[in-house]
Write a protein that binds this ligand. Structure first.
Ligand code: HEC
Length: 92
């Protein structure tokens, strides 16, 4: 079935698999704003129904948590002071 099994997956299964495959969902990664925009676009032009606020909140929480943006990993933690080159050239 392909969805991460965590709270909310049944709602996503129920509401998001009727028109297209769930691969279309699970292939995406985005934050809450991305998923909100996807839902609004489908509601505006693809006949996606409206959700109760509580249901929409659960859908968005599930999607942004399990199909969200991975944490930024581009930079390592700073070196400990003992490994920094600040001692180079120091007159001891
Ligand atoms: C009423 C029909 C319908 C339902 C239900 C539906 N979608 Fe879609 N969705 C579409 C259509 C139509 C497309 C465009 C498919 C294409 O371009 O081939 C689409 C495309 C997408 C895409 C592809 C990226 C994009 O934005 O075009 C994503 C992601 C997506 N849907 C997520 C969802 C999620 C999440 C749900 C459940 C909240 C959902 N869909 C429920 C009709 C629906």
């Amino acid at each position: 079935m392909g969805l991460v099994e965590a709270p909310g997956w049944k709602l996503v299964y129920a509401h998001c698999s009727g028109c297209h495959g769930l691969e279309l969902v699970t292939a995406q990664q985005g934050d809450r704003a991305f998923w909100t925009a996807a839902i609004r676009r489908m509601q505006a032009s693809e006949n996606l129904w409206q959700f109760e606020a509580r249901v929409e909140d659960q859908l968005l929480t599930y999607l942004s948590r399990h199909y969200g943006v991975p944490p930024f990993a581009g930079r390592r933690a700073p070196l400990p002071a003992s490994l920094r080159p600040s001692t180079v050239g120091r007159e001891d």
